[in-house]
Design a protein around this ligand. Structure first.
Ligand code: TMP
Length: 226
């Protein structure tokens, strides 16, 4: 049995909600407090996970069945837990993970309409009782987030054609992302002790402050020093 003395924190939200910026700011803040932080993401985080990510996110991947998509998300997750997350937690690290099972419940469960039941059942089978100590849900308007994400990816692919194509989900419809957002908010209602909803429509600095304030009691953070 791996001891889990570190803290597992996840960050969730729609494509283009500003998660990566906030994750980097939070990691800097925690490191400035001399905390040992590991930043990682899903799907990905390991060599095998990154290969699964490439397949899942490439818009050239066509005809992938929703159930196969869900299974691949969990395949990457199982590898990630075993190879990276659990060992880091056992070493007492704070693991900051960009997306986890809530993404599967929102995107595959609601977006692809597979339902929450199969997602939570696969989680139980493959991940046991491993859930984050806290999850930051960055809530934004679906239309705004997705148009931001699409713009970012268009810019990326025209300037750096050697970069991987990660557009497959961003090509989904507005209705798809409205379902994803509603599912996220429903998870937050179901698990208020774990999931903290942050309004992410303000400036990056305002959002960062809100995230730090929300995590303070859970991480025993010291007030910001000069
Ligand atoms: P991101 O790394 O830019 O957040 O992109 C990952 C994409 O993969 C995003 O569109 C959400 C999607 N995704 C799922 O559909 N299900 C999952 O379980 C995870 C982890 C991600």
């Amino acid at each position: 049995m791996v001891s889990r003395k570190g803290k597992f924190i996840t960050i969730e939200g729609l494509d283009g909600c500003g998660k990566s910026t906030q994750l980097a700011k939070l990691a800097d803040f925690l490191r400035a407090q001399r905390m040992d932080v590991l930043v990682t993401r899903e799907p990905g985080g390991t060599l095998i996970g990154d290969r699964i990510r490439a397949l899942l996110l490439d818009s050239a991947t066509s005809g992938l069945a929703p159930t196969a998509e869900m299974a691949l998300m969990f395949a990457a997750r199982a590898q990630h837990l075993e190879e990276l997350i659990l060992p880091a937690l056992a070493q007492g690290k704070i693991v900051l993970c960009d997306r986890f099972t809530d993404s599967t419940e929102a995107y595959q469960g609601a977006g692809r309409r597979l339902g929450s039941g199969p997602v939570l059942e696969l989680h139980r089978l493959l991940c046991g009782d491993i859930w984050p100590a806290a999850t930051v849900l960055m809530d934004t308007d679906a239309a705004l987030s997705v148009s931001r994400a699409r713009r970012r990816n268009r810019g990326r692919s025209s300037v750096h054609s050697e970069e991987p194509n990660e557009n497959r989900f961003e090509e989904e419809s507005r209705a798809f992302f409205e379902r994803v957002r509603a599912a996220y908010l429903e998870i937050a209602r179901r698990e208020p002790d774990r999931v903290i909803v942050i309004d992410a429509r303000g400036t990056p600095d305002a959002t960062h402050q809100a995230i730090v304030r929300a995590l303070e009691p859970r991480l025993n953070l010291r007030a910001k020093t000069g």
